[in-house]
Ligand binder design. Structure first.
Ligand SMILES: [Mg+2]
Length: 275
């Protein structure tokens, strides 16, 4: 592990994949250094894509939020766990038609957008994300469907989410409850699983070894980046790190994205693309 320094030995950087919450903003407050870094990288032609475990916002929501901070991006530069869960449901179960969704409207919309019907009648797949209006009846329908053989997909494993006043249970807490009731193991989509990193990488088209994964959490962002084989950067602007010696360590640690050195040769030159 490399300690925090502004003179790190950076690899060639052809693209960036980054977490959002705790990296670009905290709640509704921008992290100015990070916004400015992405603005510089954008001006330099460095391609980037954001990956978020949050299934309650659409890529358009994220683009709007970043626009208010002065960073203009397109929705195709955001991969959410809702979009990834829908794509995985479609890809892994090509014959399935009906999906029962516990989650926000953004998750239902993502599932419908890949051509699956949202239904509580004999669903072949249950997709679960964060649902702030979850009820016993919703979990009963999910449990019954899974016991009857439905596949079980969870958007993300986060157990606890920070809020303005404290914490709230994350999607992972509710997914765990259904998993416990059914004794079924869900397919988890979000970080630390590498699915979203792979989706982002294919959108960027950049070389794996030259694409940085930036995040504020070792347990999710850094593990996902490592599993996908990317150089990883922990930025210490978000959730305070909890020491877990079993987890892979980040390749770089910075206190600000301003410390990441993008080679000046990138400016004004064609982007390095995978052949
Ligand atoms: Mg984060």
């Amino acid at each position: 592990m490399v300690s925090s320094s502004s003179h790190l030995n950076w690899p060639p950087i052809a693209g960036v994949i980054s977490d959002l919450d705790g990296v670009l903003y905290r709640g509704d407050a921008a992290i100015v250094d990070a916004i400015e870094a992405f603005e510089r990288w954008q001006a330099a032609g460095l391609p980037f894509c954001f990956v978020t475990n949050n299934s309650t916002h659409t890529p358009e929501d994220v683009a709007c939020k970043l626009a208010t901070f002065g960073l203009a991006i397109g929705p195709n530069q955001v991969v959410t766990s809702a979009i990834a869960a829908a794509e995985i449901a479609r890809a892994n179960y090509p014959d399935a038609k009906r999906v029962y969704v516990i989650g926000a409207a953004s998750l239902s919309n993502a599932v419908a957008a890949v051509g699956l019907d949202i239904s509580d009648q004999e669903p072949e797949i249950v997709v679960m994300g964060l649902d702030r209006h979850i009820t016993h009846e919703k979990t009963r329908i999910a449990v019954e469907a899974i016991l009857n053989g439905a596949a079980f997909i969870g958007t993300n494993p986060d157990l606890l989410l920070p809020t303005a006043n404290g914490f709230e249970p994350g999607a992972g807490a509710m997914i765990t409850a259904v998993a416990a009731a059914t004794q079924a193991k869900p397919l988890i989509v979000g970080k630390p699983e590498p699915h979203m990193i792979e989706t982002a990488l294919s959108r960027l088209g950049t070389v794996r070894s030259a694409t940085l994964m930036i995040g504020d959490q070792i347990a999710t962002d850094i593990q996902a980046g490592k599993r996908a084989g990317l150089p990883t950067v922990l930025v210490t602007t978000g959730v305070p790190p909890r020491g877990d010696p079993a987890l892979a360590r980040p390749d770089f640690i910075v206190s600000s994205l301003a410390e990441i050195e993008v080679p000046p040769t990138l400016v004004g030159t064609p982007r390095q693309r995978r052949a």
